[in-house]
Structures are given as structure tokens and as C-alpha cells.
Design a protein around this ligand. Structure first.
Ligand SMILES: NC(=O)NC1NC(=O)NC1=O
Length: 112
């Protein structure tokens, strides 16, 4: 994955679901987001996440991606605000690192 062009890396990120979204997503994503408490946030947390999800998407053209199995709800709410300040290339590379972690956890789950 590391050897792919930046434009292909960007395409990989585009296909990911928004964090905390109520819309439909894969069974794996639903379970991962549920386990991090992202499917039932308090009102102010949900507002903050949706505000930054939207700002992040508007700035970069793909959703904010983080491996929820390696963090906590509170860290996500602060991380999205920090990462929003980054430039496009930094976020493409960061997003790909998070996709690799998500894939690693999904593979571990399959072989466990
Ligand atoms: N947008 C985003 O980070 N999505 C995800 N992260 C994760 O660990 N599972 C997902 O579906």
C-alpha cells in the first residue's frame, strides 16, 4: 500500500464511512464504531463530531479516518480537531496509516 501513488491512496480514503454516522455502513464498521461508543454519543459530542466531520470532509474531500480500536471516544473528539489543521498530503498519509491499522484488526478478527 505504501508504494501506491498519492492519488490512489486518496481514492482508498474516499470509500470509508464517516465516523459516528447514522447512515448505513458495513457490519465491521458498525461493530467497530459501536464498541468505541460512537453509535450513541451524547448530544454535544455528536454535534462536535458531526461539525468536524463536515469541516474535515469539505477541506480534504474524504472522511476523517481513525482506527477506533486503538483509541477512545474522547481522544477521537480532540484528534479530529487537530488533524483538521493539517495539509492534504499529511492527511492522506495519516489516513492510510489508519486504514492499515483497521485492516490489521479485521484480519486478526478473521483468524482468531
Ligand atoms: N471513518 C473511520 O474512521 N471509519 C472507521 N474507523 C474504524 O476503525 N472503523 C471504521 O469504520
Amino acid at each position: 500500500m505504501d508504494r501506491l501513488d498519492l492519488s490512489v491512496k486518496r481514492q482508498i480514503l474516499v470509500s470509508h464511512p464517516m465516523l459516528g454516522s447514522k447512515s448505513s455502513m458495513t457490519e465491521e464498521s458498525t461493530k467497530e464504531q459501536q464498541s468505541a461508543g460512537l453509535r450513541n454519543l451524547g448530544d454535544s459530542e455528536a454535534d462536535l463530531l458531526s461539525e468536524f466531520n463536515r469541516k474535515y470532509y469539505d477541506k480534504f474531500g474524504f472522511p476523517y479516518i481513525i482506527c477506533v480500536k486503538e483509541t477512545t471516544k474522547n481522544k477521537i473528539l480532540s484528534d479530529i480537531q487537530q488533524r483538521y489543521k493539517n495539509d492534504l498530503e499529511t492527511e492522506i498519509l495519516k489516513g492510510i496509516e489508519e486504514v492499515k491499522k483497521i485492516a490489521k484488526h479485521r484480519i486478526m478478527e478473521l483468524v482468531a
